[in-house]
Design a protein around this ligand. Structure first.
Ligand code: NGF
Length: 288
């Protein structure tokens, strides 16, 4: 399960319906052009929290059907409705997804016992492995080393997608749990995380910059840090432009400029203005 995983974006039509043809093209682009090691399906980048359970299932089905066994697949099934999380976990497991992931439950300021119960409840009901999805900036849920250790006590919890700029905590987790999988979640910090010996990374910008992410990761593993820093620099030039222009919308426009039918984002995410679409086309020409 090591390596570079794209946090897959999803193609929606003008009415917010899943565009199957476009989604298949995004999958193919990631496998054939970006050559990533796996796909993280229905995460933040897939607009998971803007979709109905039926739409999420449809995405899981289409992606698995397109991928078959070409690359590894992780299904993000986290939902505030725990019954839905369990149902999606069973659904993705039955489809043959290699592992599950679930975002920490958010909004109601759950205490740690509740967070732990959420993961154990999902796992009691499904025969699959779990990668904790920790993204404090968006969920407001921060966990310390002792709390990660408690979650890792469940043998089915095999790792964490660590999306935080806390390299002290990342190093402590790495040191304490050499056998758990740690995926770096911020693409702009991939080199720093790779130096700390993470097992891989999961990111949105890999949809358009996966080749460079693979280079950074491989160079860091070979301790070729000066070369890795150069690739991270170009990567961060691109990421800075993407973030300034509108994250997911810009990734979609960059893909469209390359002939991939990446569609639109679901409301309430807004459309890019014409000048921002032009910016995205310029990024595609410059970086892709
Ligand atoms: O999009 C976000 C929100 N984070 C992603 C990633 O950590 C999570 C990251 O790649 C994700 O994509 C998913 O769950 O689907 C950033 O987009 C990237 O580093 C630019 O900041 O924070």
């Amino acid at each position: 399960m090591n390596g570079i995983y794209t946090a897959l974006i999803c193609s929606f039509d003008e009415n917010g319906k899943v565009n199957e043809k476009g989604l298949r093209e995004i999958v193919r682009h990631n496998i054939d052009v970006q050559k990533v090691d796996g796909l993280y399906v229905n995460g933040s980048s897939g607009e998971n929290f803007l979709m109905s359970a039926d739409q999420k299932k449809k995405v899981f089905e289409i992606v698995k059907d397109e991928v078959k066994d070409e690359v590894k697949l992780i299904a993000q099934v986290g939902a505030l409705d725990i019954d839905e999380a369990v149902e999606l976990a069973q659904f993705a497991t039955d489809l043959g997804y290699d592992a599950l992931s679930a975002v920490t439950p958010f909004y109601y300021r759950f205490d740690f016992e509740e967070v732990k119960d959420y993961y154990n409840t999902i796992l009691e009901n499904v025969d699959n492995k779990m990668i904790i999805y920790s993204i404090p900036a968006l969920t407001g849920v921060s966990m310390n080393l002792e709390q990660f250790a408690e979650l890792f006590e469940n043998e089915k919890v095999i790792g964490v997608k660590f999306t935080a700029p806390d390299f002290f905590l990342l190093e402590r987790i790495r040191h304490a749990f050499p056998d758990k999988l740690i995926y770096s979640g911020f693409d702009e910090m991939l080199l720093s995380a790779a130096v700390l010996n993470v097992d891989g990374a999961i990111g949105s910008t890999f949809n358009v910059n996966g080749q460079r992410a693979k280079q950074i990761y491989a160079l860091a593993k070979e301790s070729r840090i000066d070369e890795a820093r150069e690739v991270q620099k170009v990567t961060n030039d691109l990421i800075a432009e993407i973030l300034a222009n509108g994250l997911y919308q810009t990734i979609k426009e960059i893909l469209k400029a390359q002939g991939v039918d990446a569609g639109y984002c679901r409301k309430p995410m807004k459309r890019l203005t014409e000048d921002k679409v032009e910016n995205a086309k310029a990024m595609a020409a410059k970086y892709c």
